[in-house]
Design a protein around this ligand. Structure first.
Ligand code: 4AD
Ligand code: MG
Length: 465
């Protein structure tokens, strides 16, 4: 007999047929006569109830069916008499693939803290919570690919190993095959990379944008979707050293087109989650975050506020004048902290905000410079409970202005000549942005810590598993 997944068994409209199901035991309860096994195979949050007439089975076999064990069950699918499920399976044969020792299997009882589960990240996908989160994670990836594919964007693979620092923030992890105990240095004390694997200093990418721009100037509209790496020492609930980013880049789009795309894109993803992950989201809503579904639906209803940075600062300064306390000082020129972003979104406007036209000093070199000489055509999308979920901009398309900015910031030309070539040959207005995949997942799942929406989080002092 072919195995049926539990998600399909539970949807079955016919009864009194034989089925074969396989999965992991969540619980076994019952009495001398009968056992009830809650079986889960990861295909859906719900368990399938297996009813076992103990008299028909060997006692030694039944003893092995404990929480965590992997089993196969053949039996009759019947309408359930009990509460909590429509159908159940009356077992006719059971095979135990792998036992799970009652004394040592860590997921014995329910109600472990998320902190504890992080320490057993190799097992936590077997919990309801992480099953839900990782099914949603998959669904969001599908939503993203579908959205861009339907719009005629091409999925473009940018390199993971690179020699250029896109964001210019100096937060790159180096990639080397050099013997770190025996580094050759020149007379100035600088490391010699000539004999290193790439013949120069190389790193893990912080963003695929620069290469994405090259592609947009040829294919018109592209997006990347891959891992990115940042050696920023931020131990916060919103930062990872390894995270996934989606970066669309579109030729001939200006900043307004870019904002329209970002808003449509996020709403599409949220709608997809509500349409395709209802059971998992309902579970997370009930268990962790009673406002989750309301917040997701709220975002779909509202048009995002579009506000220049300078106006945003005025609102924040007014809040301070009226007695609101922020941890970090706020003034024109300051980079917004998450508390400022969330004040605008959650307290002042009560809907998502796209903040534009930031001071050029706090943004990357590639952003289009405004006529005022002070600001650039940046856009950050700020979300309730998250703060910044998207960062993007219209790009500086003018060769001389871009070169000036590169020189002002002392960015080495050896890293940038190829990027500048796009502005020498057929330059055009273009725009793009980056969505942090895990920040989107924080929003959609309602989880509070970014370590709980990626299977194996990498953060300062932690690269376990
Ligand atoms: O704002 P960022 O740094 O922008 C860029 O990297 C641009 N090159 C994107 C572009 O225009 N193509 O990062 C983009 C997004 C942020 O808004 C945030 O959601 C996420 O990436 N992000 C992080 N997510 C988790 N951990 C971190 N350390 C993150 N840093 C940025
Ligand atoms: Mg940013």
């Amino acid at each position: 007999m072919k195995r049926t997944k539990i998600v399909d068994v539970l949807k079955s409209t016919v009864c009194d047929i034989d089925v074969l199901v396989k999965g992991w035991v969540r619980t076994r309860r019952g009495n001398k006569m009968v056992s009830f096994i809650a079986l889960n195979d990861g295909s859906v949050i719900h368990n399938l109830q297996i009813v076992v007439d103990n008299n028909n089975f060997d006692e030694e076999l039944l003893k092995k069916i404990t929480t965590g064990a992997a089993i196969a069950v053949t039996g009759r699918l019947v309408q359930s008499q009990g509460k909590g499920q429509n159908v159940e399976v009356q077992a006719s044969s059971i095979e135990v693939y792998g036992t799970a020792d009652v004394e040592t299997y860590p997921l014995q009882k329910k109600g472990h803290s998320l902190e504890f589960l992080r320490e057993i990240a190799h097992l936590r996908p077997r919990t309801n919570t992480f099953g839900a989160v990782f099914r949603i994670r998959h669904n969001m990836a599908m939503a993203i690919h579908t959205f861009f594919h339907q719009k005629g964007f091409f999925y473009f693979h940018t390199p993971i190993i690179t020699a250029s620092d896109c964001e210019g923030a100096g937060q790159m992890f180096q990639v080397t095959t050099k013997n770190l105990y025996d580094l050759k240095k020149d007379e100035n004390g600088s490391i010699i990379y000539d004999d290193d694997f790439f013949g120069k200093q190389a790193s893990l990418t912080v963003s695929g944008q620069l290469e994405g721009e090259l592609a947009a100037m040829a294919l018109g509209a592209i997006y990347t979707f891959g891992p990115t790496f940042r050696a920023e020492n931020s131990n916060t609930p919103r930062h990872l050293a390894e995270f996934w980013m989606i970066e669309p880049e579109v030729a001939f789009n200006d900043i307004v087109d870019n904002m329209d795309l970002a808003e449509e894109f996020i709403k599409y993803c949220v709608q997809w989650a509500l349409d395709n992950c209802r059971d998992d989201i309902q579970f997370l809503n009930d268990m962790f975050d009673k406002g989750l579904i309301e917040r997701l639906e709220g975002v779909l209803k509202e048009s995002f506020v579009r506000l220049p940075y300078t106006e945003g600062i005025k609102i924040l300064e007014t809040a301070v004048a009226n007695g609101h306390k922020f941890e970090f000082p706020i003034y024109w020129g300051a980079d917004l902290a998450s508390e400022h972003e969330r004040y605008l979104v959650e307290e002042h406007f009560n809907k998502p905000v796209i903040l534009t036209d930031y001071p050029k000093e706090i943004k990357a070199f590639y952003m289009k410079q405004n006529e005022d000489g002070k600001t650039v055509r940046a856009m950050d999308v700020l979300f309730p409970k998250i703060g910044e979920i998207i960062g993007g901009s219209e790009r500086e398309a003018d060769y001389d202005k871009l070169l000036n900015r590169i020189n002002e910031l002392n960015i080495p030309m050896k890293d940038m000549w190829w990027y500048l070539d796009t502005r020498r040959f057929g330059s055009c207005p273009h725009s793009g942005f980056g969505l942090g995949f895990e920040r989107l997942l924080l929003f959609v799942t309602g989880m509070a810590n970014i370590r709980d929406v990626i299977p194996f989080p990498r953060t300062p002092k932690n690269a376990e598993f």
